[in-house]
Design a protein around this ligand. Structure first.
Ligand SMILES: [Zn+2]
Length: 211
């Protein structure tokens, strides 16, 4: 069987992110992490790096406070103020405000990754985000280029060996969070999201092989 590979790893979202989950009442941002992993599909909202691409997987990611903790104390434990980001982007953003929010704006309107792995801003805000998170640093450009080359080299999928390579880089992580077993102290404002979580999709045999 031959399949055309339909993975576009560095396409920023073309719509604002609509939250699927709403755990309430945790007083430790770490407890939100399983929800955020699933919410943002196991990748950094800013640089699009995926857990699968990091030797330490989810340990290289953390809950990022869009409105910084230092300025918005009341939002420190608010799920709707949290994003999923790699530790490097999270550290780079620090306590800055006014940075593009993927929940409010489609990042594809502001940022574009080119075929050679470089990135450019399409707006001033896009360039600002590139500057804040250093999304155009040479190491990251080269890493993106390498992954784009893997995809190009694979061409079409016509062997199990190729599928394995593709799954290694573009499949879902093995340790999908089982959100239905979690009990946030003050409940979940969006319980319908559980059914759509990736763990449940896998259980139903509906999980995409690559993304
Ligand atoms: Zn990042």
């Amino acid at each position: 069987m031959t399949d055309v590979i339909a993975v576009v790893p560095f396409q920023y979202p073309q719509a604002p992110h609509a939250r699927r989950h709403g755990p309430q009442g945790y007083t430790d941002p770490q407890r939100f992490k399983p929800w955020l992993r699933d919410e943002f599909t196991f990748r950094c909202v800013y640089c699009l790096s995926r857990e699968r691409w990091c030797p330490d997987g989810e340990d290289a990611f953390s809950a990022e406070h869009h409105h910084p903790q230092s300025l918005a104390r009341e939002e420190v434990y608010s799920y709707d103020n949290l994003l999923y980001a790699c530790c490097r982007c999270n550290a780079a953003k620090r306590d800055l405000t006014g940075v593009l929010d993927p929940v409010e704006t489609p990042l594809a309107e502001h940022l574009e990754v080119l075929e050679d792995g470089t990135i450019r801003g399409l707006t001033e805000d896009g360039w600002d985000l590139i500057g804040v998170c250093q999304l155009d640093r040479p190491n990251l450009n080269a890493f993106r280029r390498g992954l784009i080359e893997i995809l190009r080299a694979l061409g079409e999928l016509n062997s199990e060996a190729q599928r394995q390579v593709l799954r290694r880089w573009f499949g879902f992580p093995a340790n999908l969070p089982r959100l239905s077993t979690l009990r946030p102290p003050d409940g979940n404002s969006r319980p319908a999201g559980i059914v759509e979580s990736y763990y449940e999709q896998r259980k139903r045999g509906e999980l995409a092989e690559f993304y």
